[in-house]
Write a protein that binds this ligand. Structure first.
Ligand code: GLV
Length: 324
């Protein structure tokens, strides 16, 4: 008998076709986000779930759905899943690392360039008919090339961001829980520094740490104050890594030049303070959102789920201890 699964949000046709070869699939191609109660109801009798970062998979849900054996997230970040609760119940949990590194790094770069050159602000001015002609001192931005890039979190995506910086002749510094291997540092021309040092030196601070209780408000009022007033902050990792209210205060009183943000606290209800500011570039959590990458993420999650439910070991198993 094929295992029963729920796919909580809309996916691509080829994702469903692959899943249907191996599983009895309940899909949600209308893409209605389920409330926590509706999710529990839909999961009755299901062996596995393919979910997204908008679904909270926690101890309560797992105890209400004790037959669940596998949870496959269509995301690399998995702060929406209580991994300890999965492990305690012997539920395999998976994510989608690797396939989104380049696209997510590209978006961080897009935000860096757009914020430095004030692209959304000046586009708004053109659209509003405010451009009356060329002027020498018009809407001056700052250079990205030859500036100092500080990357907090030098995992896979952080490393791709650093690699792109070579083409811009930037000085790259980074901080990380652990220093990366010397050959990686050498290849990326990146220097390990303390977080305090990074905040003091960087012209662009790019955050690439996962969200967890340890990284909650990693950048708050004190860290923003430690940055150069001419610096730009980029957050394309997860809302909550930055204290958004403190960031709005720093951007409002000019203690920070600008910010490029793809993620926010309480998404999608972002702090309305951001909407009043000209020195921010805002995008709606689209870091990995290219056609090719989202297709690859969905298929990666599908393969993880099928492997978990058909006796295999999923390639991206987050809690291998459950297989022992
Ligand atoms: C997207 O935000 C992801 O974690 O994949």
């Amino acid at each position: 008998m094929k295992p029963n699964i729920l796919v909580t949000r809309e996916v691509f046709d080829e994702t469903l076709a692959y899943l249907s070869q191996h599983c009895e699939v309940e899909a949600n191609q209308q893409d209605m986000a389920f409330s926590p109660d509706a999710l529990v109801q839909r999961l009755a009798g299901k062996d596995g779930v393919m979910c997204s970062l908008t679904d909270r998979i926690d101890a309560g849900l797992l105890s209400a759905c004790p037959q669940i054996r596998a949870v496959a997230n269509i995301a690399v970040g998995y702060n929406n899943i209580d991994l300890a609760a999965c492990t305690a119940r012997g539920v395999m949990a998976t994510n989608t690392p690797g396939v989104l590194d380049d696209s997510t790094a590209d978006l961080a770069w897009a935000l860096m360039l757009a914020t430095a050159r004030r692209m959304t602000e000046v586009e708004g001015r053109i659209r509003a008919g405010e451009w009356t002609g060329w002027k020498l001192k018009q809407w001056l931005g700052v250079d990205v090339h030859h500036a100092t890039l500080g990357i907090i979190g030098m995992g896979r995506i952080g490393q791709v961001i650093a690699k792109r910086a070579m083409g811009f002749d930037m000085k790259v510094i980074y901080s990380n829980r652990k220093r990366v291997a010397p050959d990686i540092e050498q290849r990326l021309n990146a220097t390990y520094v303390s977080r305090d040092e990074l905040l003091k030196q960087a012209d662009f601070v790019v955050l690439q740490v996962p969200y967890s209780p340890e990284t909650h408000h990693l950048i708050g009022a004190a860290e923003l104050k430690a940055m150069k007033p001419t610096a730009i902050l980029i957050n394309s990792t997860r809302g909550g890594v930055v204290d958004d209210a403190a960031l709005i205060a720093a951007l409002t009183n000019g203690t920070l030049r600008g910010a490029g943000l793809d993620v926010f606290e309480n998404e999608p209800k972002l702090n309305p303070g951001f909407l009043q500011l000209k020195n921010v570039v805002l995008t709606p959590h689209i870091g990995s959102s290219t056609e090719a990458t989202r297709r690859a993420m969905a298929m990666t999650a599908a393969k993880n789920l099928v492997a978990a439910l058909t006796g295999g070991t999923p390639p991206n198993l987050l809690n291998p201890e459950v297989t022992k």
